[in-house]
Write a protein that binds this ligand. Structure first.
Ligand SMILES: [Zn+2]
Ligand SMILES: [Zn+2]
Length: 365
């Protein structure tokens, strides 16, 4: 056996790409992200090249200066959202996964052959509301509340909002506020450019209209996220109707106060990444003489995938892809689930998720 040291990001099982030795982390599909860059840089270049010289001389030199500062802020927020860890939850280690599986099987008893086993759900109490934790068959963990498995990145992401192809990354606990600041500043930049477009057209009778079409979509998106932030809700929860009242569960995270909700989402503590993706780990690989023709380092990847493959693949699909089925399952919980109001805290995989459960406990009191 040869032992060599590798960075942890090289062995992470999700579908992410990394650059700069793990400092930059993105989704694998980046085509739309390049389109975003092209549209923003292209529009601003047209504005600076064709309108700013005239406006600076005839109105004020502050016009291009302010546009440039706003443009730099937009780009900084975009790259901060795109290149960061959105809040990926580490998968359970093989030993942890075996332990959780054993626990679940012990709790469920023997399910007769051909019968569907009961859904893997645990209840926790948060601010006097019972919230269901769902088991992720890929990551082998009971997800913390508000987390969801992104099918594109193949990771569970904490406080999952949505997967955004425009920024080429998931939007979650660690980058939501930068995403919001990106949409907000981009809205301001679009309105700014559009306004001086009109001024330019009126002053010179010279028809150039940039960013008319982006204006409405970007401003609309910012309005939608402002609405979500004021309710302390995620896009994912909004789409699934998690707190819409039909489940008789109010949003336990809302402070019932718009200002407090905005403060928590936008000014709350910044969460550290739990992936430690630049940390070193030891990798054992068989010596080259005894290994099969294919490279040994390539060999270890499918093995990991195999151990983390869903035990009951069909169960995974309704969980994430078809929320309606999951919702209907939630409406008719089995009596057994209802009888366990005492939150049994899940054996979660990482220190961060332990911290999460203690936060839940604090909130519950
Ligand atoms: Zn997962
Ligand atoms: Zn994603």
């Amino acid at each position: 056996m040869i032992t060599r040291k590798v960075r942890k990001w090289e062995k992470l099982p999700g579908k992410n790409t990394f650059c700069c030795d793990g400092r930059v982390m993105m989704a694998r599909q980046k085509g739309v992200f390049y389109l975003t860059l092209f549209l923003i840089i292209g529009t601003c270049s047209l504005f600076f090249a064709f309108e700013c010289p005239y406006l600076a001389v005839n109105l004020s030199p502050a016009i291009p200066v302010f546009a440039a500062l706003l443009f730099l802020f937009v780009m900084a927020m975009l790259l901060r959202t795109s290149f960061s860890d959105p809040g990926v939850l580490p998968r359970a280690l093989p030993e942890e996964a075996t332990f959780i599986e054993m626990e679940i099987e012990a709790a469920n008893g023997n399910v007769p052959a051909g019968q569907r086993p009961p859904p893997r759900i645990r209840n926790v109490q948060i601010n006097n509301q019972i919230v269901k934790l769902k088991y992720c068959y890929t990551c082998k963990i009971f997800r913390p509340p508000r987390a969801s498995h992104c099918s594109i990145c193949d990771n569970c992401v904490d406080r999952f909002d949505h997967h955004c192809p425009w920024v080429g990354n998931c939007v979650g606990k660690r980058n939501y506020r930068y995403f919001y600041l990106f949409t907000l500043s981009l809205s301001l930049l679009t309105i700014y450019i559009f306004t001086f477009d009109i001024v330019h057209v009126v002053m010179r009778k010279y028809p150039v209209l940039v960013c008319f079409f982006t204006l409405w979509s970007v401003v609309g998106l910012t309005g939608f996220h402002t609405y979500l932030i004021s309710l302390n809700q995620t896009t994912n929860e909004d789409i699934k109707g998690s707190w819409s009242g039909k489940n008789r569960v109010q949003n336990p995270y809302s402070h019932k106060n718009i200002i407090k909700n905005c403060c928590e989402v936008l000014c709350g503590p910044a969460y550290p990444s739990v992936l430690d993706r630049r940390g070193l780990m030891q990798e054992d690989s068989p010596a080259s003489e005894t290994s099969p023709p294919s490279s040994s380092s390539m060999n270890s990847v499918p093995q990991t995938t195999k151990t983390t493959a869903p035990l009951i693949p069909n169960e995974h699909t309704p969980d994430d892809v078809k929320p309606s089925i999951a919702d209907s399952a939630e409406k008719t919980p089995s009596p057994k689930e209802e009888e366990s109001p005492a939150p049994k805290l899940p054996p979660l995989a990482s220190p961060e998720t332990d911290a999460e459960t203690s936060i839940i406990k604090d909130k519950a009191h």
